[in-house]
Design a binder for this molecule. Structure first.
Ligand SMILES: NC(=O)c1ccc[n+]([C@@H]2O[C@H](COP(=O)([O-])OP(=O)(O)OC[C@H]3O[C@@H](n4cnc5c(N)ncnc54)[C@H](O)[C@@H]3O)[C@@H](O)[C@H]2O)c1
Length: 317
């Protein structure tokens, strides 16, 4: 069993580390891999790191054939996620939707059984409409994504579910919360960079900033854990899973978490203007029932535990 991980960033590198710890040698495919950053997460001697582009279907097919791939984890993304998609919708639609199509089509044509794709809990938060209350005859029956990024993730889930229904591709969509965790490279989305920068400043004795809205987070190691559980599950059931901390973290929670990990640190509450669209005020907590029942997932890290783990990692690197 060899797993292909497409996208070797914040989440993909943690999935690789976890698979290596379970005795596997995964293949990481990336169009612009950052070997130094990846090597800080997983031993590069224990993975195969290859160049490839999810927008070029043959490069996925080549990787599948050359490495006898049996399952794919697809995490490739544009660097700033919500923010990047608002700035360049065309590129985000192309990468997120066509990239996922290429992965699903590769799986269908080569016989790769299972495909686990990163979705996002933006689908639990960046939605409007639905006033038709489930009456499918009403134009407003279905909730509508309110950002380009969430529109792409809705399409990604719908495409995956149809490949499962019609083409025998065993699809799973992972709705991660806003992810933060160890990573020194570029990318990783706006939220993870905000947390990392806050911790960097706190550890350096400088004033740290936390965003003004409440957020639903997941630590990157838990995101990877949920993903690996989806790779292993015998039966994926309804196929879409909320993988979050199952809690809302308010700005005050975040500030006191930083102060408990770095005693005496100064924290102000302020959303950097450029990232406001990706750091909303979330109001609800995603339901974890399906992830718990079908995958056996429960978060191992709350915000303080994640921050402590991140601080230890940052000090060591
Ligand atoms: N980071 C978050 O807060 C967050 C939250 C929810 C969901 N997600 C989703 O999780 C997934 C992983 O996010 P991440 O934070 O690890 O992203 P990341 O930016 O850290 O990593 C993405 C990787 O994909 C690679 N990539 C980009 N275009 C590519 C292409 N055409 N072909 C091959 N590789 C390509 C990049 O080089 C990068 O290494 C994404 O689908 C993202 O939408 C992320």
């Amino acid at each position: 069993m060899t797993i292909l991980i497409i996208g070797a960033g914040l989440v993909g590198s943690q999935v690789a580390r976890m698979l290596v710890e379970q005795g596997e040698k995964p293949v990481l495919l990336d169009s612009a891999a950052q070997p130094k950053a990846i090597g800080e997460i997983v031993d590069l001697n224990k993975v195969a790191l290859i160049e490839g582009n999810v927008l070029q279907p043959l490069s996925i097919v080549k990787a599948v054939n050359e490495h006898a791939i049996t399952a794919i984890v697809h995490t490739a993304a544009n660097p700033l996620l919500t923010l990047g998609a608002q700035r360049d919708p065309y590129a985000a639609v192309n990468l997120n939707i066509m990239g996922t199509m290429n992965v699903l089509e590769t799986a269908r044509s080569t016989g790769v059984k299972r495909v686990v794709v990163s979705s996002s809990n933006v689908l639990n938060h960046f939605l409007g409409g639905g006033e038709g209350n489930g009456d499918l005859m009403n134009e407003e029956a279905l909730p509508r994504p309110t950002t380009f990024y969430s529109a792409t993730k809705q399409a990604v889930e719908s495409l995956g579910l149809n490949y499962a229904r019609w083409c025998g591709v065993d699809f799973a969509g992972m709705r991660y919360g806003a992810v933060f965790g160890p990573w020194s490279g570029a990318g990783g989305g706006g939220p993870s960079n905000v947390v990392r920068e806050a911790m960097r400043r706190a550890l350096n004795g400088e004033e740290a900033s936390v965003p003004a809205g409440a957020m639903e987070w997941v630590y990157s190691k838990d995101a990877a854990h949920g993903t690996v559980l989806a790779l292993r599950a015998k039966d994926l059931g309804t196929r879409v899973f909320n993988i979050t901390m199952a809690s809302l973290t308010t700005p005050q929670d975040m500030a006191s978490a930083i102060q408990s990990v770095v005693p005496g640190s100064r924290v102000k509450i302020e959303t950097p203007a450029a990232t406001a669209v990706s750091l909303p005020n979330m109001t609800g907590v995603s339901d974890q029932t399906t992830a718990r029942k079908t995958l056996g997932y429960s978060p191992q890290f709350d915000f303080v535990a994640g921050l402590r783990d991140l601080a230890d990692w940052m000090k060591a690197h």
